[in-house]
Design a protein around this ligand. Structure first.
Ligand code: SF4
Length: 194
């Protein structure tokens, strides 16, 4: 997605990687679990899109989510390296805890290019509280942690504010939405029953 404000601080390029084997309770992106069926997008094509997003939208950074980005470490590392080379911030959502991530071969190379990792299995039984209750925006469940490698997104104010969700309608009228999982699910339920 060339630009979004629902997947981290500021305006961001977002990439959802397809495929995940973690099996979080109440996975918020079940359609992203299988590795297919779409053919992989070549990395140069993704980086071309990133460069266009810089020019057209003045994005502040990129967000990588999924699926599970750490199950595609080589390609995700190259994308994040390209982002940092362009002065962009890098935010990665992973279902692995940071301790687990560090044990994965190749993670160190990715970590050098990450500003903040949101870690841990999404747990639908423990939704992140909404803003009046002191919850963090952009975060799915309360067990997930913000692991800051740099100071870029360390300011807690960046993670405060009302929930953000973006909704789109496809060419055949199909509704889709992304942003905080609990809010997305509630919104889609109410739109579909309307
Ligand atoms: S890491 Fe994300 S895609 Fe994978 S099972 Fe958990 S919620 Fe679903």
């Amino acid at each position: 997605m060339p630009v979004t404000t629902a997947e981290g601080p500021g305006s961001r390029f977002a990439l959802w990687v397809q495929g995940c084997t973690l099996g979080c309770p109440g996975c918020c992106n079940p359609h992203m679990l299988p590795p297919g069926p779409r053919p992989p997008t070549p990395l140069p094509e993704i980086i071309e899109g990133l460069d266009a997003a810089v020019i057209e939208h003045g994005i502040e950074g990129i967000t990588v989510l999924g699926g599970e980005p750490l199950q595609q470490l080589p390609a995700v590392t190259m994308l994040c390296a390209a982002a940092t080379a362009r002065g962009l911030g890098v935010l990665v959502f992973t279902g692995y805890r940071l301790e687990e991530a560090r044990a994965r071969p190749g993670f160190d190379a990715l970590w050098r290019h990450v500003d903040t990792l949101v870690d841990g299995r999404y747990d639908a039984r423990r939704p992140e509280p909404s803003e009046p209750a002191g919850g963090r925006r952009f975060i799915g469940s309360s067990n997930q942690r913000l692991c800051h490698r740099s100071d870029r997104y360390r300011d807690p104010a960046l993670w405060q504010g009302p929930a953000r969700v973006e909704v789109s309608i496809g060419p055949h009228g199909e509704l889709s939405a992304h942003g905080e999982p609990g809010t997305v699910a509630a919104l889609l339920r109410s739109l579909r029953s309307a």
